[in-house]
Design a protein around this ligand. Structure first.
Ligand code: PLP
Length: 389
């Protein structure tokens, strides 16, 4: 396997690096697509060393490393780790913190992680304060100097798409000795580069936009620095057996090669839909950071470059029953959970998030795919009108 040509050449744009998957090439055939490495073990040198850096399949896999190298380049980090799911990536960060650590997390965030922090992490001795991370003063007030070890952000955050100020929060967290990790699943490295804004770790549910085809469950972490915390996270992945499988890493790499064209088209269509749905007689509110009416639009415009993501939510004027019934009437949108694939998805989030969720019961979450935006609007318009008639 030949090394990539020179991925660090400053003149190469991220979309170029992604399109060519860093230029990896298989040296026997010169194939432009590298093979899937499935070996679980590697031959030792005659003196019992492993000088090629591969010892065993639980910590080491070349297909995984190639995909990690591409993500590191896209996020501008020092190193990446791929794990079996977005949840395993997020929980690995927490499990690498010292016992008894205090964590700050958003009130509006991916519901399963909020649930885990609230219920499971507490049993391992971690204590989490949930605050409105769109409110910088609230974050600063919640930081306990010396005790707060991690500020977890998700921006834009599920399913209200609130935006948090990564640069300002990183400054405040660092001053108190805490690190900042950002779930950037929705923003993708195309629209936001959290490490350049001061964050320490970026997390992705790679299941979503990075893969983009609804056929891989995967998680990713990227670090700004290879430090002690990163070494502990690497150890959690290895000791807990959370490395991504080679087939999944191969599919993820294939998806990432088209990341830019996919998410740019999805963000354009999402903006168009957000604008057309604003003022729709059956829609009380459209939640999308790209709209001037969004409470953090100015921050989003500063922090996000090139688009505001393919995710938006609407609140159905006639309430919960009408929202559920609109989701039942769509023909083109798929009534399914998840996000970031090429097919558009619609979901009544409150039903899945359950008690304690900040999600209003009249909310429908929309993940915009690659279909024609007018087709998507017409289908939703018919469903909303029918649901409320
Ligand atoms: N973070 C966000 C923003 C998500 O939307 C999800 C999944 O929906 C996750 C994390 C968890 O990812 P996974 O389902 O791959 O564990």
């Amino acid at each position: 396997m030949m090394a990539p040509s020179d991925p660090s050449r400053p003149s190469l744009q991220p979309r170029t690096l992604a399109a060519q998957a860093l230029g990896w090439e298989e040296h026997e055939t010169h194939a432009v697509v590298t093979p899937i490495h499935v070996a679980t073990t590697f031959i030792r040198d005659p003196d019992n060393q492993y000088r090629n850096g591969f010892v065993y399949g639980r910590p080491d896999n070349q297909t995984v490393r190639q995909c990690e190298a591409l993500l590191t380049a896209l996020e501008g980090g020092a190193e990446s780790l791929l794990l079996g799911s977005g949840m395993s990536a997020a929980t690995a960060v927490v499990m690498a913190l010292p016992a008894g650590a205090h964590i700050i997390a958003p009130t509006v965030m991916y519901w399963a992680l909020r649930n885990w922090l609230m219920n499971d992490a507490a049993t391992y001795g971690y204590r989490t304060s949930f605050v409105d991370t769109a409110d910088l003063a609230a974050v600063k007030a919640a930081i306990e100097p010396g005790k707060t070890k991690l500020v977890w952000l998700e921006t834009p955050s599920n399913p209200l798409w609130t935006v948090s100020d990564i640069a300002a929060i990183s400054e405040a967290a660092h001053a108190a000795g805490a690190v900042v990790a950002v779930d950037s699943t929705v923003a993708t490295p195309v629209f936001t580069r959290p490490l350049a804004l001061g964050a320490d770790i970026v997390m992705h549910a790679a299941t979503k936009y990075l893969n983009g085809h609804s056929d891989v469950v995967a998680g990713a972490l990227v670090t700004r620095e290879k430090n002690d915390l990163w070494a502990r996270i690497r150890r959690v992945r290895s000791m807990h057996g959370q490395i991504l499988g080679p087939f999944e890493a191969f599919l993820l790499m294939r998806g990432m090669r088209t990341l830019h064209v996919r998410v740019e088209a999805q963000a354009r269509a999402a903006l168009k839909l957000a604008e057309r749905l604003t003022g729709h007689p059956d829609v009380a509110e459209v939640l999308y950071p790209g709209l001037a009416s969004h409470p953090q639009h100015a921050l989003a415009a500063r922090q996000m470059t090139g688009g505001f993501s393919g995710m938006l939510s609407i609140r159905v004027r006639a309430g919960e029953a009408a929202a559920v019934s609109a989701a039942a009437r769509v023909a083109l949108w798929k009534r399914a959970t998840s996000l970031g694939g090429v097919e558009s998805l619609i979901e009544h989030r409150a039903s899945i998030e359950g008690a304690g969720s900040p999600c209003p019961t009249d909310l429908l979450r929309l993940s915009v795919g690659l279909e024609d935006a007018d087709d998507l609007f017409d289908d939703l318009d018919r469903a909303l009108r029918g649901a409320n008639s």
